[in-house]
Design a binder for this molecule. Structure first.
Ligand code: ATP
Ligand code: MG
Length: 358
């Protein structure tokens, strides 16, 4: 797949990373929900999308362009595939970083058949000239191809087939206004509840033929950071453990023992989360501190800290984003086994996801 080849996620070997890991593509494809009613969770996005698609189906036209935004591993790519499947349409897949030159996009657009779905992953990383070409394509199903150079250059308008653009982004905040405005519908993906993740785990266990008890799947769900990709990965690690060290059956006891081996803590925090919290508390007295300073302190890119680590820490009520910088909540101090200084607030469990709103 195009997208597999161009994706430049830094794959690491972290069990709890929300980013896809090397070699995981195949099993993720097996576990991807194919239709809207197979998709667990995201009730709001599902209902809204259902209406958009059904109304377009009835009118016999391609639906409005659709954008999915939210942290990694919550099902944006799955949703994009579902849009095409529900429309019985062909899907062409590319990504923002792959569209460096407007010509790349023009080639893609002029190959579309009527009603096709064009999926652009990481659409916030699209290069400027390609983005400008996209405006006209989205609005008028037309592109202007520039032929020649200098004063002799002419621009030739080229009709393209009516299509539906599906974009996915982990940073809707860094989309330009004009691009954002051209999507008729934005599905904001939220973290999953424990009971939704429990369903995700049990569905995957059925597909992969893993025997797991009800309280075993609940235990995995609880430690999966609100993220189906992580839930599915933890399930596979539990299977490994159950097969090698037990009789293959994943009871709660087996699950707990397995997750201990893989260093997954009770809250599902991983090493980077703990490093960020530790730096925030120990080196910066609990903040406020800017995200780039914090990133340097843990030896990571600011975007990794911002997009991968913080959303879940905020949701878990450990970290707050304030106009003056990042602040540790009392829960963070406690989690690290330290007394919180006077005046530090508790933070709100399941608080708002401020992730995309900077
Ligand atoms: N609602 C769901 N039900 C069951 N499984 C899911 C669901 N959402 C996601 N998954 C599982 O999680 C995996 C990751 O989902 P997906 O690739 O769609 O996430 P994403 O939001 O596109 O992530 P990224 O930002 O890294 O591209 C899927 O392959 C699938 O196995
Ligand atoms: Mg994706």
């Amino acid at each position: 797949m195009d997208y597999e080849a161009v994706t430049d996620f830094e794959a690491d070997d972290e069990t709890l990373s929300a980013l896809p890991q090397i070699g995981e593509g195949e099993v993720e494809t097996t576990l991807r929900p194919r239709k809207l009613d197979e998709f667990i969770g995201q009730p709001r996005v599902r209902e809204q999308l259902e209406l958009v698609l059904e109304s377009a189906r009835r009118r016999g036209v391609p639906p409005d362009h659709v954008l999915f935004s939210g942290p990694p591993g919550l099902g944006k790519t799955s949703m994009a595939m579902i849009v095409a499947a529900e429309l019985n349409a062909a899907i062409r897949i590319t990504s923002g970083p792959a569209l460096e030159r407007a010509g790349d996009l023009a080639a893609m657009l002029s190959n579309l058949a009527p009603g096709d779905v064009l999926f652009i992953d990481e659409i916030h990383r699209i290069a400027r000239p390609a983005e400008e070409m996209l405006y006209l394509a989205m609005e008028d199903f037309r592109v202007d191809v520039v032929v020649g150079k200098g004063p002799g250059a002419t621009s030739i308008p080229l009709e393209i087939a009516p299509f539906t653009l599906v974009g996915a982004t982990t940073r809707s905040g860094s989309l330009t206004g004009p691009l954002r405005d051209r999507f008729g519908f934005t599905g904001q993906m939220e973290f999953y509840t424990d009971s939704e993740l429990d369903l995700v785990v049990r569905r995957a266990a059925t597909i992969l033929e893993i025997e797991i008890d009800r309280d075993g799947s609940a235990e995995i769900a609880r430690r999966s950071r609100g993220t189906p990709r992580i839930a599915n990965r933890l399930l596979r690690r539990v299977r490994d453990y159950a097969e090698v060290r037990a009789d293959g059956h994943a009871t709660r006891k087996v699950v707990r023992a397995a997750l201990e081996v893989y260093d997954v803590d009770e809250l599902g925090l991983d090493r980077l989360d703990r490093a960020v919290l530790t730096a925030l508390v120990r080196s910066f007295g609990g903040g406020p501190v800017g995200v780039s300073t914090l990133a340097v302190a843990v030896g990571e890119e600011p975007t990794t800290v911002e997009e991968v680590c913080e959303p879940y820490l905020v949701r878990a009520g450990m970290l707050a984003r304030t106009p003056r910088g990042r602040v540790a909540t009392a829960a963070a101090w406690e989690h690290l086994g330290l007394p919180a200084p006077a005046g530090v607030t508790r933070g709100e469990q399941g608080g708002p996801n401020l992730f995309d709103q900077e």
